[in-house]
Design a protein around this ligand. Structure first.
Ligand code: CTP
Length: 423
């Protein structure tokens, strides 16, 4: 039987290992066996960094959490309806849950939960590589619980569901399969892929918030473009929404942006999906994913920039003209448009706007304008905008030149307002 004590020593800090040993000893004393489970065990076996420690206990986890908090300088940070806890400890926040079984009344519904053994808890999980646990009791510290061949699938680099109806129980697992496959460089096992394709329609039962959450997690992966390409290839995108697509040229554009060190945040990927959409489809996507108002604006702005293509390509568009065209658009939408656009002139302007022009501001402040005699009111804002235009179209403009501009404008306004002499 495999024991991962060596991986625990190697992959975690000394303090974390001591915490797990102490927690395991306390849990054993109280007759509440404790295990490290899921992604943390998977990542330890893979030699990847472990981001979260997830623990599961058989029995009264609430009492155990209280005891651990008291004895190991912890603090219970939160408790949920399914008896899951966040325990703040000196070695970080640790998730703790009761081992449980789950049954699904109907596909996509939230599961009915009952407490059970660690084996039950692993049997309700998504993939064999996540259905792993390690004992924390002193007698068996590090000993692996692997009832579904997870260790073998880690070695074979396979994403495999535990049973034929897994995607029907919870279709978010479709996106999770793609995510793990691309993140780990694994392959979705043949039968699992067959069931995944067969059960795509069950994505319809997933609520907008859960679906958006899973997509967001794809967008936050190291290579979201690979997740999107794979999702497209297996028909996942069009199962989420008819007409939702991804393209190979966008994938290449993203790879290029990564080399140029452009920041590729999750909202940029949402914008990229919008780049390939019609207005009607974009509205449908916003509804299907219950997008926040800012995310919805990224989608709308991307489409507005796309529609502004002829202006962005016009030969005589100045830096300040580009600024005016893009200043109210979300930066993620500008970046998506930059990656989606294939005309060099527009790309150059979008890139310069993103990296330089949107950060340009006048050297004179509003206070300075008031001190120069500009009356309080809308003229201050108007002059600041004029100074920004001056800066954008004449890089290197000096403070003295800005002051000269303000003085000239004040003179012009004074002469306009001067009473006209009687003939
Ligand atoms: N899980 C599941 N089905 C889901 C979501 C989660 O079976 N639809 C299980 C998986 O076994 C997973 C665990 O719950 O290991 C915790 O979920 P999550 O935090 O999403 O997984 P991690 O493995 O921690 O994922 P990541 O590495 O992306 O953080």
């Amino acid at each position: 039987m495999t024991n991962i004590a060596a991986q625990l020593q190697k992959g975690l800090s000394k303090e974390q290992v001591t915490f797990l040993q102490d927690a395991g000893a306390i849990a054993s004393r109280t007759g509440t066996p404790l295990y490290l489970v899921g992604g943390s065990v998977r990542d330890l076996l893979l030699g990847r960094p472990v981001l979260d420690l997830d623990l599961v206990a058989e029995g009264d986890v609430a009492a155990l959490v209280a005891k651990l908090a008291a004895e190991l300088k912890g603090e219970v940070a939160s408790r949920s309806q399914f008896e899951t806890f966040k325990l703040k400890t000196p070695v970080g926040t640790i998730d703790m849950a009761t081992a449980r079984t789950e049954t699904y009344a109907q596909p996509g519904a939230l599961p009915t939960v009952k407490s059970g053994s660690v084996a039950d808890d692993l049997a309700r999980r998504d993939f064999t590589i996540n259905a792993l646990a390690a004992h924390l009791s002193p007698a068996k510290f590090g000993s692996l619980v692997d009832g579904h061949g997870g260790e073998k699938d880690l070695a074979g680099k396979l994403i495999r569901v535990l049973h034929e109806h897994s995607f029907q129980d919870d279709a978010t697992r479709i996106l999770r399969a793609v995510r793990y496959e691309q993140r780990l460089g694994f392959t979705i096992e043949k039968k699992t892929e067959e069931w995944l394709r067969r059960d795509l329609r069950h994505l319809d039962a997933i609520s907008p918030d859960r679906l958006r959450h899973e997509l967001d997690r794809c967008f936050s992966e190291p290579l979201p473009e690979s997740c999107l390409a794979r999702a497209e290839q297996m028909g996942v995108l069009k199962a989420i929404l008819r007409g939702l697509v991804w393209s190979d040229s966008l994938r290449q554009a993203v790879a290029g942006a990564r080399e140029k060190k452009l920041e590729l945040t999750p909202l940029v990927f949402l914008g990229l999906l919008a780049w390939l959409m019609t207005q009607k489809l974009a509205d449908a996507l916003a509804k299907r994913l219950n997008l926040s108002s800012r995310a919805h604006k990224v989608v709308r702005d991307t489409m507005l920039i796309k529609a502004a293509g002829p202006w962005l390509n016009a030969p005589d568009l100045s830096a300040s003209g580009t600024y005016k065209l893009l200043k109210d658009r979300e930066p993620e939408a500008v970046e998506a448009a930059l990656l989606g656009n294939d005309t060099p002139v527009a790309c150059e302007r979008l890139q310069r706007f993103l990296l330089e022009w949107r950060k340009v501001s006048p050297q004179l402040s509003g206070d300075k304008l008031l001190a120069m005699g500009v009356p309080q009111g809308p003229l201050v804002g108007q002059l600041l905008e004029e100074l920004r235009t001056l800066q954008l179209d004449n890089p290197g403009v000096t403070v003295a030149q800005e002051e000269a501009h303000v003085r000239k404008r004040l003179r012009d306004l004074a002469s306009q307002n001067a009473p006209t002499k009687a003939p």
